[in-house]
Design a protein. Structure first.
Length: 172
């Protein structure tokens, strides 16, 4: 299914709620566990403290890619939220997916994000208390990948000046 068909069917109410389009197929999104919501909110708070004019933080909002319309847990995009009144962003500076039990599903989104030119993707691996960072997008993959654990400062290349210790995301 194309992105345009997915959007049209959605506007007609023919696509169920809590779905996203990945590589031409419609997938049901998983329910959010309390720890998923907690880690997502913690990271959103860190990003909001950093975010400056010229960027917007979006939570569970679509990014329109070539054959996909994923809804990342968090995305930092250029511009104001007002810039997206008529269309979804087609790329992002940073996308974050929080993975509690959805590691492989969230990894399947990397191809769409790379193809859309998303500069940096963080998979927050909750059970492992690590962040897997993907950088240097190409047509369908990321050239760089690394794991960052608690106690190591994770600095974003896509958002200069934004850094955090992943351990802070798991403190209650």
């Amino acid at each position: 299914m194309s992105v345009q068909a997915y959007q049209a069917l959605g506007q007609l109410g023919l696509i169920p709620e809590n779905t996203e389009l990945l590589h031409g197929e419609v997938f049901q999104k998983m329910p959010k566990s309390p720890i998923h919501s907690y880690v997502t909110q913690a990271l959103a708070e860190f990003i909001r403290q950093w975010i400056s004019t010229g960027y917007s933080l979006r939570q569970e909002q679509p990014i329109c890619c070539a054959d996909s319309e994923p809804e990342p847990d968090l995305a930092v995009v250029n511009g104001s939220f007002r810039d997206y009144a008529d269309s979804h962003p087609t790329t992002a500076e940073l996308v974050v997916e929080v993975c509690v039990t959805s590691h492989e599903y969230d990894r399947s989104k990397l191809r769409a994000y790379a193809g859309a030119g998303v500069k940096e993707v963080w998979l927050v691996l909750v059970p492992e208390q690590q962040v897997q960072v993907f950088r240097a997008p190409s047509a369908d993959a990321y050239a760089e990948s690394r794991l960052v654990s608690a106690g190591t400062l994770l600095q974003s290349d896509a958002l200069p000046g934004f850094a955090l210790d992943p351990g802070a995301l798991f403190q209650r």
